[in-house]
Design a protein around this ligand. Structure first.
Ligand SMILES: Nc1ncnc2c1ncn2[C@@H]1O[C@H](COP(=O)(O)OP(=O)(O)OP(=O)(O)O)[C@@H](O)[C@H]1O
Ligand SMILES: [Mg+2]
Length: 359
């Protein structure tokens, strides 16, 4: 049987001059999964992708692809095609020639090239358009040509560096769905780079969140969103409310915490904490409720300052007696509009304990 782990990064470090760009990257990626590298500009996403593809050699650590250590192999021997941030199709070449390019370079026989290009065209649903030039196609179609160019090489991993950044919002969403469909249909292993959180959450099997060249968290979109391990991850992905708290007691799964004048509450704790440690509780705006009859273990009085209509929900900005701001999303639009003093509640399982930032 083929090994499940397709890409194995062991303690990878990369330095440019005195800029330590990748720090102790350890990551194992399974065959057939869609993985997203997520993080703000400059955090090292492209650098890591290029290090996997072989355009950069790493300064420390090991890169394993399909059970082989590839540190010293050039890109064309690693077989990991990359679709670049500024995806460039050759404008003077037809779709067919664009897709055939990699095979031409490898000097494959003509019949084989013909067959493989036609196969790749069918996979991305562009059969019949092989005679067109890039400027005669929509942005989404061009993107699929770029995918076909990678597919035709029968590579173990396809690396996509922000491939949708040139498209408008609506088209991005369409191509996103298509890309994910192709990946699932063909069982491809894809690493996809983006700084768009929604893109990462909606497309991936696993998300890798980067913080200044290091991995802060690796997990499913659900884990990343609802169980952020660090303040950085909780802050970077979506909107959240933080509550300062102190650990009173803890075991491996739960912690008893106190915050403000409230009675102590038991919360899930997936990170290691110490008795007496100052921590944060993260609670998402959609997990809080206003004036809800069922209440919840977490309960606080606050005053509505303003609100904003966001289509499927109304976002409320509130302030409690201590002057702290709260953000709550209400989905019962049109039924109640909250004003003045209200009660905000949440059940304890919606509060997630995280470590405070060290810096
Ligand atoms: N070839 C290079 N030589 C020197 N420094 C580089 C080189 N490539 C990248 N860097 C630096 O490494 C850091 C990480 O860059 P990288 O391109 O990997 O970021 P990124 O996460 O892809 O950002 P973006 O979202 O803007 O594309 C930056 O500080 C950048 O200036
Ligand atoms: Mg980049």
């Amino acid at each position: 049987m083929e090994p499940q782990v397709l890409l194995d990064l062991k303690n990878v470090n990369k330095v440019f001059g005195n800029n330590h760009v990748l720090r102790d990257i350890n990551l194992q990626i399974e065959r057939g999964k869609f993985i997203t590298f997520l993080g703000p500009s400059g955090c090292g996403k492209t650098t890591l992708l290029r290090s996997i593809a072989g355009f950069y050699t790493v300064d420390e650590g090991e890169v394993w692809i399909d059970g082989k250590q590839v540190n010293d192999l050039p890109p064309y021997k690693r077989g990991t095609p990359m679709v670049f941030q500024e995806y460039a199709l050759f404008p003077h070449m037809t779709v067919f020639d664009n897709i055939a390019y990699g095979l031409d370079i490898k000097k494959r026989p003509e019949e084989e090239i013909e067959k493989r290009v036609k196969g790749a065209l069918a996979q991305v649903k562009l059969t019949g358009l092989e005679g067109r030039y890039p400027h005669e196609m929509s942005g989404g179609q061009q993107q699929r040509v770029a995918m076909a160019r990678a597919l035709v090489m029968n590579s173990p991993i396809i690396l996509l560096d922000e491939p949708l950044s040139n498209l408008d919002a609506k088209l991005r969403e369409e191509v996103r769905v298509e890309l994910r469909g192709i990946q699932q249909d063909l069982g491809l292993t894809v690493i996809y780079v983006t700084h768009d959180q929604l893109e990462a959450l909606s497309m991936s099997d696993y998300v890798v969140v980067f913080n200044k060249g290091a991995i802060d968290q690796y997990g499913t979109p659900h884990e990343i969103y609802y169980e952020p391990r660090t303040q950085y991850v909780a802050d970077f992905i979506g909107t959240t409310n933080f509550i300062e708290a102190t650990v009173l007691e803890h075991n491996e799964r739960e912690a008893l915490v106190s915050y403000g004048k409230e009675t102590p509450t038991k919360v899930l704790a997936k990170v290691l904490v110490n008795k007496g440690e100052q921590v944060l509780l993260s609670v998402r705006p959609e997990s809080l409720r206003i004036n809800h009859p069922d209440g919840g273990e977490f309960c606080i009085r606050a005053t509505v300052k303003s609100s904003m209509f966001l289509g499927e929900k109304e976002r409320y900005f509130l302030e409690d007696n201590a002057g702290k701001e709260w953000i709550v999303d209400a989905y019962d639009i049109g039924q109640t509009h909250y004003t003045g003093e209200v009660v905000i509640t949440a059940s304890a399982d919606k509060l997630h304990l995280i470590k405070k930032n060290n810096d």
